[in-house]
Write a protein that binds this ligand. Structure first.
Ligand SMILES: Cc1ncc(COP(=O)(O)O)c(C=O)c1O
Length: 314
């Protein structure tokens, strides 16, 4: 990162940012890519490409785009969301098909369906490929776009062996994070068509996301893409180890959700763990979330399991 070749990317002149965008577009088999500061901005830009103001995006009720993005697509994009409660956050194609609306003078039209793959609040859950294919078929038949919040799509790729390009071919747009499991300090990439890219650029500018010598951080993203994808398998093994040590079902990827006992608020469990040097998220009143990543090894997970077990018991 310290040696990155940089230019002024507000003028589209940063060669490292271009290299990162080209590489990620190539991996997913998409025509175009746009580097953005965050996954939150990536989702907002992508969904605004697909859905005009006053129309709707269908998503599961626990999706990041409806839970954790400050209502950004509603406030900035004027987009209405309609949500479906889905098992482990994974949309059921039949339930989606039943909800699609063409829209007319009276009704709000469904312009896009958004999936989250893997699903954060679903516990790092992975869409079976067949289910994604059905979602693609039914949305295409209805003239509705399909977006993927792929903050952790790299984990899905490593867990299933499905090539990134196969995922890329299923969606009109994706937002993929270079931070999170890949370990870059910052940054995400929006994947779209060449035709959509100028508008994506314009939307990023409006959101204040056009950055000057961004090659410094893009270089970290490039390194992560080249060196940190396959090693996600270690994070998955560590998550399974944590679950095993805590007597929980094996997770599919790198997220372990732990139910906490009735008398013990999740916040309290998180506080006790923090006191012992283990950072966990209270994920609701009755659930704690553990995430494995490249900064925690097997020994750290064994230690974390002891701390969490004591916090749950004490
Ligand atoms: C599924 C999902 N999408 C999007 C994001 C947003 O990423 P960022 O924190 O870079 O805005 C997150 C962050 O945790 C996430 O879990």
């Amino acid at each position: 990162m310290a040696e990155a070749e940089v230019g002024d990317d507000v003028y589209g002149e940063d060669p490292t940012v271009r290299r990162l965008e080209e590489r990620v577009a190539e991996l997913f088999g998409k025509e175009a890519a746009l580097y953005v500061p965050s996954g939150t901005m990536g989702n907002q830009i992508a969904l605004r490409l697909l859905c005009p103001s006053g129309e709707e995006v269908l998503a599961d009720a626990d999706a990041h785009i409806v839970t954790y993005e400050g209502g950004g697509i509603a406030q900035q994009g004027g987009i209405q969301t309609r949500t479906l409660v889905s098992e482990r956050g994974l949309l059921d194609p039949d339930a989606v098909a039943a909800q699609l609306r063409a829209g007319d003078w009276h009704t709000v039209g469904t312009r896009a369906v958004a999936v989250e793959h893997t699903h954060n609040r679903g516990g790092g859950s992975v869409y079976p490929l067949e289910r994604l294919r059905r979602l693609r078929e039914l949305t295409r038949a209805a003239g509705v776009a399909l977006h993927c919040d792929g903050a952790r799509i790299w984990n899905a790729h490593v867990a299933t062996g499905v090539p990134l390009a196969e995922y890329g071919a299923l969606f009109d747009t994706l937002s993929v994070c270079l931070s999170k499991g890949l370990g870059a300090p910052v940054g995400s990439v929006v994947l779209c068509s060449a035709e959509q890219r100028p508008l994506a650029w314009r939307l990023r500018h409006r959101l204040g996301g056009n950055m000057r010598q961004a090659g410094i951080i893009a270089a970290g993203g490039l390194y992560a893409v080249e060196h940190h994808v396959e090693r996600l398998a270690e994070d998955h093994a560590n998550a399974r180890l944590l679950a095993d040590l805590l007597d929980l079902p094996a997770p599919e990827t790198n997220i372990v959700l732990i139910p906490v006992p009735e008398a013990l608020p999740a916040d309290e469990v998180a506080r006790r763990c923090r006191e012992q040097g283990v950072l966990v998220s209270a994920f609701g009143p009755r659930t704690v979330r553990l995430v494995t990543h490249l900064d925690v090894d097997r020994a750290a997970c064994e230690q974390a399991a002891k701390v969490v077990a004591a916090a749950l018991a004490g």
